[in-house]
Design a protein around this ligand. Structure first.
Ligand SMILES: Nc1ncnc2c1ncn2[C@@H]1O[C@H](COP(=O)(O)OP(=O)(O)OP(=O)(O)O)[C@@H](O)[C@H]1O
Ligand SMILES: [Mg+2]
Length: 265
């Protein structure tokens, strides 16, 4: 099935009160964020989307595809499942080398030029991580950040799923603004669960969650978009500081000022 639109109809929060956001839709090309404090139900919301909830989960939410209800017994062929979920806690069970894993996946997906697709996937993943992923390392030996970078790259480059749900990629030490810029080149729906203001403001709209319920839908206005480029500079500065600490150098006041003075606002 060709999925071009997903609609989420609101249900109930943790205290059984009706959700203020009654519905929202995701269409190809959309980038959306889910925000809110820890424990407010962000993961639950994307799980509802992934499960095509039909008033059969604790939230009572309902999901439609292309404005049609998803039939109760609708089972996707795994290679055509329209949703890829990069979850908060991911570990590989397979100890295959990275390259073998990607080759198998690419073949299952019927990819044509397997060699070049694997290279594109690894290059994409390595744009996101600090430590490059080697082709011959076992999947189980990848770090948390490397694992999620590889999963994102795999879902975007090899996978056919038009909808990609990403749960808190910032905590994995992934270069998030770079990730967003790379992702924008692919025509898909991206939903980010995030605590990161940069990701939130780079999105078309954000859903604010509270006590298990969708509280507000905020469209990113021009006013907020203007802040993004400034915030990216701060973000890059913080990434620089992180890199200095990571590589064992000292972050003195002089180094701090040198970085701070580059800010152009
Ligand atoms: N609408 C709801 N109705 C009933 N229970 C809910 C609802 N939303 C969330 N919960 C429950 O609340 C708990 C926390 O939710 P969840 O894990 O989705 O939060 P989170 O925002 O992802 O938190 P974190 O930021 O820590 O990852 C879970 O046990 C979940 O089942
Ligand atoms: Mg969560």
């Amino acid at each position: 099935m060709d999925v071009h639109k997903i609609t989420v109809y609101g249900g109930f929060g943790k205290d059984d009160s009706e959700e203020k956001v009654k519905e929202f839709s995701l269409e190809v090309g959309d980038i959306v964020s889910i925000v809110g404090p820890t424990g407010c139900g962000k993961t639950t919301l994307i799980n509802d989307i992934e499960l095509f909830a039909n008033q059969n989960t604790p939230s009572g939410r309902r999901i439609t595809i292309n404005d049609e209800p998803v039939p109760e017994d609708f089972i996707f062929d795994p290679s055509h499942h329209p949703i890829a979920l990069i979850s908060q806690h991911t570990n590989f069970l397979s100890d295959l080398p990275v390259e073998d894993f990607l080759v198998i996946h690419a073949k299952v997906r019927g990819a044509g030029e397997v060699g070049s697709i694997i290279t594109e996937t690894l290059n994409f993943a390595n744009e996101l991580t600090g430590e490059p992923i080697m082709r011959d390392i076992a999947m189980t030996e990848l770090s948390g950040g490397q694992t999620r970078s590889l999963l994102i790259a795999d879902a975007v480059v090899i996978g056919h799923s038009p909808i990609i749900l990403l749960d808190e990629i910032e905590n994995a030490g992934i270069h998030r603004t770079k990730a967003l810029e790379l992702l924008k080149k692919y025509k898909k729906i991206f939903v980010f669960v995030t605590h990161d203001p940069c990701i939130a403001l780079m999105s078309d709209f954000r859903i604010v969650m509270k006590n298990g319920a969708m509280q507000q839908l905020i469209t990113t206005r021009q006013e907020e978009k203007k802040v993004v480029s400034k915030m990216k500079q701060i973000d890059d500065m913080m990434l620089n500081f992180r890199q200095i600490i990571r590589s064992g150098d000292e972050l003195t006041e002089a180094v701090f000022k040198e970085n701070f003075n580059v800010l152009t606002f």
